[in-house]
Design a protein. Sequence first.
Length: 356
Amino acid sequence: MSSKSQAPVNSGQDSHIKWVPANSIFFTVNGLYWIKENKGAFFRLPRRAEKLVTPAVWGLSQNPSGGRIRFKTDSTCLKLRIQHGGGALAMYHMCAVGVSGIDLYEGPPEKMIFWTSNSPGDAVNPYVCGYFENLPRTTREFTLYLPTYSNLNSLEIGLDQKARVAPPSPFRLKKPIAFYGTSITQGGCASRGSNGFVPLVGRMLGVDVVNLGFSGSGKGEPEMADFLSEIDAACYVIDSVANMPPELMKARYGKFVAKVREKRPGRPILLMTRIRYSRENYTGTASRDLQNKFVFETYNLHIKQGDKNIYLFDSTKVIGLGGNHPSVDGCHLTDLGFKMLADALAPVLTEIIGMD
């Protein structure tokens, strides 16, 4: 592919292009569980959540991290017309592609190959990006990963006038894996949105995933246990320790897990401990150990109560101390850190869910 075909396109007036809303019936939207209830809005929670969750959670829920548009097409070109509707395109510790980019993959769920990402062009106004053009007409399967930290007010997919669109391949599981947690769960600070550990696990297993990670705001509110439990998931992964200091862990963590268990009896629940931060090489691990203590206690309590579908994943055994900590800032993971986490997590989930 030439460099020209990957460059952003400045105008959406191409006469040979037909523009189709990405949330229309022609495409499949995955990872945004309430997309139909929300009438096509690219939100991670239902609109009714606005009055029930904190303002921070509600604002972050409008970042469609984990959302994907999937389809097959024989189009000779592919463009997107994007409108974020405000906010920053980048952060001090995370580039624009990671914050606002839309990644393109080709292939079925378990054999996806990264194609390219776009160049985020405007925080407020609509802009157009091109992914490829003038390719031979043959059917390909595509997945577009939606932005990790930017809102997405509208998204249109541009195909050539003769292009046909068909449904994508099915996932290996009928039900998704649902994740609840923090900024690391949401995807900070992967170099691109598809490289967080949640989407990585999805590709490794060939399954659907739902990402309910909220930066600085995964604090185990009972309302979030309700919304997590609404998702008809194959497994619930709870990774909220990093946003819950010891006093909050004591007050909320066990109750959060118990509420999910009550609403989803018999479904697998996987509890993740907090990773080690680089500063702990010098400040010690007492605070983190105390946070994680409540995870172990909650797990052991459920085991004693006869819960045969509660599981524990100790992240400290993956992201440890010493050496070159795989993070941007000593906390938020790089692509390497996310890959380490996903490589360890995927086989655990495979065994829990009973996949081959």
